[in-house]
Design a protein around this ligand. Structure first.
Ligand SMILES: *Cc1c(COP(=O)(O)O)cnc(C)c1O
Length: 358
């Protein structure tokens, strides 16, 4: 990437986040970025389309329609809710606002955390997951830093029960704990019920995964009102109209369509179970994922070669050449038909084990 002489020197060493590939035009089975394979419900599409008629006006800077709907959904006060242009925006604001004493997060987790730490000059330490990729609250006790936890974790899919989050909150009463629940709807326990009694908890959610709205860019956070005020201080000092009006209308409509949401979630959970069993039968070991993806490692074929061979057969999954996970693939849960295409491709590849990249 070229750099101009105008770029502030402090950004010269920034390594940006690498989003998963969004292929154009090719017919690929896209299992690489954890989107839902289903479209949002018709009412969401209608709400967004209707909102476009009002594009001459600025969107509501308080995000009221979505805040009200979220407060009702999660049984909290509107003062405990904040909306963002994707949860990425909210997480970035958290790094900017709340990390004066540094941050701590797992060595294997969402790849954006170290990028934001670097962007905002936050000193970050990596807390290693255990050998089986589980996260133990004790490993975070007394660090005196803001803690970021993706729960379920990415890319492992492993979830910490609510009791584990409670333990972290109690062991670190003077540190903020940010729980990133991007995947919580696929079967894990949310920490939202802990917000009422813990002032050091901030729960971040997104409509990108379980609500089938990745392209709308909508995230939210639930926390005590003082933390929400802090986030608003930063937002109104930077980008007051951070969520556009079509997305605000779509988000409110999505929360009215609970049965569609439940159906999608149930389908993903059933397909995830089938995927786990099928991969295990093919010689993969897989983590106990509670997310809409699985994290798999094959007993003989290296993940990088598998990734390349799958790509050649038109199946896109995610592989990172990173320490500890270079022999794992993250595979999003698609429709049953998409997973059948994955299984067929894997069977072909595994039949010729000496030349996996053919
Ligand atoms: C996808 C993802 C996000 C970002 O979601 P957006 O709301 O689309 O910005 C945040 N955290 C984790 C762990 C994710 O996987």
């Amino acid at each position: 990437m070229g750099m101009s002489e105008f770029l502030a020197a402090k950004y010269a060493a920034l390594t940006p986040y690498t989003p998963g590939e969004q292929p154009k035009g090719q017919r690929l089975v896209k299992l690489n970025t954890n989107e839902l394979p289903y479209p949002p419900p018709p009412a969401v599409q209608t709400a967004a389309a209707n909102a476009a008629a009002g594009f001459n006006l600025y969107s509501d800077p308080t995000c009221a329609p979505a805040v009200q709907a979220l407060a009702a959904q999660y049984k909290v006060a509107p003062q405990q809710v904040f909306c963002g242009n994707g949860s990425d925006e909210i997480l970035a604001l958290c790094f900017a606002a709340f990390c004066q004493n540094g941050a701590a997060f797992a060595d294997v987790t969402y790849g954006f955390y170290p990028v934001w730490a670097s962007l905002f000059g936050v000193d970050a330490i990596l807390v290693p997951l255990r050998d089986d990729f589980t996260l133990h609250p004790d490993d975070y006790a007394g660090l005196g830093r803001t803690i970021f936890i993706a729960n379920p974790n990415a890319p492992t899919g492993i979830a910490l029960p609510r009791q584990g989050i409670r333990q972290m909150l109690l062991q670190n009463p003077n540190s903020l704990v940010v729980v990133d629940e991007a995947y919580v709807d696929f079967g894990a326990e949310s920490a939202v019920p802990l917000v009422e009694e813990h002032k050091n908890l901030l729960v971040v959610g997104t409509f990108s995964k379980s609500r089938a709205m990745a392209g709308a860019r909508f995230g939210y956070t639930i926390a005590n009102p003082a933390l929400i005020e802090d986030l608003n201080l930063l937002k109104f000092s930077f980008n007051p109209y951070n969520v556009n009006s079509a997305t605000l209308a779509a988000a409110a409509a999505a929360l009215q369509n609970q049965s569609y949401f439940n159906d999608c979630r149930d389908k993903i959970i059933i397909t995830r179970q089938r995927t786990l069993q099928t991969l295990q039968a093919m010689g993969f070991s897989v983590t106990q994922s509670l997310a809409n993806f699985v994290f798999a490692s094959h007993k003989t074929l290296p993940a990088q070669a598998l990734y390349a061979a799958l790509r050649q057969k038109g199946v896109l999954v995610r592989w990172w050449g990173l320490p500890r996970i270079q022999n794992h693939l993250r595979i999003s849960i698609g429709t049953n038909e998409q997973m059948d295409e994955l299984f067929a491709a894997l069977e072909e590849i595994l039949r010729q084990p000496h030349s996996p990249a053919n």
